[in-house]
Ligand binder design. Sequence first.
Ligand code: MN
Length: 225
Amino acid sequence: MKHILPSLPYSHASLEPHIDKRTMALHHGKHHASYVANLNATLDNFPELHERSALWLLLNLDKVPQTIRAAVRNNAGGHVNHSLFWRTMSPVANGKPVGALAEAIDRDFSSFELFKSQFAEAGEKHFGSGWVWLARAQQDGGKLNIYTTSGHDNPLMQGHFPILLNDVWEHAYYLNYENRRGDYLKGWWPLVNWEEAANRFERSDQSAEQAWETEGGLVPDAETV
Ligand code: MN
């Protein structure tokens, strides 16, 4: 199985002005593409592992030889997270959550406005490269929480099911926002695809891996060779 770069579901320019065309072109066509290429290269001499999905690899790092474990963690994580990230955004986003997800956000963060400010603050304060997430906890009755992860780690590695994510690596915003990560995070909300987030939320009470596997497209594209 060869891991492949998924197509973007919209054009590079269509998220402007919040995310500029050149950032999107580099982020998808260079950064994400390099994680895919590096993952394939890393697994070249490990045919049994090359049969596995990027998500499986990320959740089963103890089965990956020590010599390639860090490379698999970084590149499989980069592939999974970016594949999810592109689908978290839409040029025709609908502004705010509805239905069961909206109720859960109100319940666990008091209000949508408070949730947004806490999410942006967590992302802004995260030290170095990483991601900020809204995810559903495995314990606590499935409470929604804000998490940050370093590198390309994913909350599923701790059993928490991801609903929403934003990339706080400098490559996600630096061309347009320079050092102003907070401005990038605060300006990002109009792009959020809440329909996609609501779909994930509805599946998040299954076991993490099962929910992920049954939702088409959340496992990054791969092709059989
Ligand atoms: Mn990125």
